[in-house]
Ligand binder design. Structure first.
Ligand code: GDP
Ligand code: IMO
Ligand code: MG
Length: 423
């Protein structure tokens, strides 16, 4: 048996969906524990491309239990649309389970996400506008609607009325937006609640029992370490814990139950939304990476900002997650780029910083220190064994491994299941 946690090691979109799908073949249970449909996890399998937002990426196998844990903020309308898509592609939803404590994203959360971003003007965060932050705000304020409330019509009615009383004041009087009509929302959402009720359970018990009975459990992280609300590049972060500790809180299990923690990164760095990005390439090399790597958001379609690989960031991810191994995706995107740069530290006032600064203000005046590598021109997308990669590609991977002192267990050379080299 093994219990493996998989986390994003950068700013999200590292290719977590692909690795989860590969590992899920041997898993019994796959669990999402934080975030919501701000996540977009792409899986390329059997010649088709799937984009998963809330449903764990294990769903593409027929016999896996796929858990949406208590730490998730769940938009019922979005989830039902996603479930429909999955069924339309011939996959079964039999294994889907939703924890009764998961919080529900309501239309006022989505409206508030958009309006608060607008009010921030130029200092907006660049959120996905899926209502994630406002839903977690209500959870912390203890006014949120949980799945157990949502699926009980009487309680849902009371909680929705109480919430709308306040939210409509905020929407109209503070933000100058439109009020939300109780009857309209209640009528629509009560139907969503009925459709989701059969999936609701106590997932903490389910996952605990699975681990104790020796099943293989896989935790699927969303977002990435630098988007963590506590240790990330605050305030340019999401409102949950994409770091490994988030699995415990967001599933209701203890840390001693997790055996391994695999970090997923790309062979370069990307970020969507605003906030600092020390190795960002605002030039034709950045454009080339974006074009070759198809770096456009899965959820919002926004162009992702691109830059060189940053080992200061990965060193941070190793520390805050306790990573035991690393998967490096998209090595194929670097093919033909010429000389490759890898950031090994930040230079500030004549000193070299090797740890990511606590306060993003301290990144001002920081200059990345680069090691320069010779690239390769051979097409590597058909390589199926690590040893068959060009020497310079292997040198690049081994430099990452030696610098971080963490095993690079997998290397991605393309989006499909087969294009993953296991070491
Ligand atoms: P996630 O949010 O971490 O699951 O990542 P996304 O799905 O948002 O973005 C990763 C993108 O890279 C998707 O389009 C994947 O199909 C693709 N991808 C994953 N691994 C590789 C790889 O090794 N090479 C290439 N070329 N594409 C990859
Ligand atoms: P996956 O799981 C990349 C970013 C947004 C924004 C910030 C806050 O696919 O890797 P939010 O809507 O969460 O309040 O937005 O976080 N963000 C992501 N960036 N991948 C993601 O998920 C993300 N989820 C949120 O772009 O900068
Ligand atoms: Mg994504």
């Amino acid at each position: 048996m093994s219990v493996t946690a998989l986390v994003g090691a950068q700013w999200g979109d590292e290719g977590k969906g692909k690795i989860i799908d590969i590992l899920a073949e041997k898993a019994d249970v796959v669990v999402r524990s934080q975030g919501g449909n701000n996540a977009g996890h792409t899986v390329v399998a059997d010649g088709a491309t799937y984009k998963l937002r809330l449903v764990p990426s294990g769903i593409l196998y027929p016999d896996k239990v796929c858990v949406i844990g208590n730490g998730i903020v769940l938009d019922p309308k979005a989830l039902l649309a996603e479930m429909k898509e999955i069924e339309r592609s011939g996959k079964s939803l039999n294994g889907l389970k939703i924890d009764a404590r998961a919080h529900v994203v309501m239309p006022y959360h989505i409206a508030l996400d958009g309006l608060s971003e607008k009010m921030r003007g130029g200092s907006d965060i660049g959120t996905t506008k899926r209502g994630i932050g406002p839903c977690y705000m209500d959870k912390a304020e203890r006014s949120g609607i949980r799945m157990c409330d949502f699926t009980d019509e009487k309680i849902f009615e009371q909680k929705l009325r109480a919430n709308l009383l306040i939210k409509n004041k905020i929407l109209t009087e503070i933000y100058g937006g439109e009020a939300i009509d109780f009857d309209e929302v209640f009528g629509e959402y009560v139907e969503y609640a009925k459709a989701l009720r059969p999936y609701v359970t106590d997932a903490s018990v389910l996952v605990y029992d699975a681990i104790k009975s020796g099943k293989n459990v896989l935790f699927e992280g969303a977002q990435g370490a630098l988007l963590d609300i506590d240790v990330g590049t605050y305030p340019y972060v999401t409102s949950s814990h994409p770091t490994a500790g988030g699995f415990c809180i967001g599933t209701g299990i203890g840390p001693t139950l997790i055996d391994e923690c695999l970090g997923v990164c790309k062979s370069y760095t990307t970020r969507v939304g605003k906030g600092p990005f020390p190795t960002e390439l605002d030039d034709e090399v950045g454009d080339m990476i974006r074009q070759k790597g198809g770096e456009y958001g899965t959820v919002t379609g926004r162009a992702r900002r691109c830059g060189w690989l940053d080992l200061v960031i990965l060193r941070f991810a190793v520390r805050v997650n306790g990573l035991t191994s690393l998967a490096v995706n998209k090595l194929d995107t670097l093919t033909g780029l010429g000389k490759l740069k890898v950031c090994v530290g930040y230079k500030k006032d004549g000193k070299i910083l090797s740890d990511f600064p606590v306060d993003i203000a301290d990144l001002g005046g920081c200059e990345p220190v680069y090691e320069i590598f010779d690239g390769w021109n051979e097409d590597i997308s058909n390589v199926r064994a690590y040893g068959d990669l060009p020497l310079n590609a292997r040198k690049y991977i081994e430099f990452i491994e030696n610098t971080l002192k963490v095993k690079v267990a997998m290397v991605g050379v393309g989006p499909s299941r087969k294009q993953n080299l296991t070491r």
